[in-house]
Design a binder for this molecule. Structure first.
Ligand SMILES: [Zn+2]
Length: 89
């Protein structure tokens, strides 16, 4: 009798490979360095904006550098972005 057992791990369709994640993170850090240079932090806030990212939801709405200093993505499939918003007066 032949028994077929599938032991594959559950791979979510949208899951991201390590290589893709590292590349995305490296690119994000380059982009963020440019954004920091281009943004006047006296007039604008860099606001963490999470999509449907439960891991990062505590960071949602917090600003650089008090709330966070490392730009997204923080983890695989992280789809958070940084918004530039004029500071409230
Ligand atoms: Zn995230």
């Amino acid at each position: 009798m032949v028994q077929l057992i599938f032991l594959g791990s559950c791979v979510h369709a949208a899951s991201e490979s390590d290589a893709a994640f590292k590349a995305r993170k490296a690119q994000a850090q380059t982009n963020f360095a440019q954004l920091l240079k281009a943004t006047d932090l006296k007039r604008n806030d860099l606001v963490w904006t999470s999509g449907d990212c439960p891991v990062c939801s505590p960071l949602n709405g917090t600003t650089y550098p008090d709330g966070w200093t490392t730009p997204p993505p923080l983890h695989h499939n992280c789809d958070c972005v940084i918004d530039v918003q004029p500071k409230a007066k």
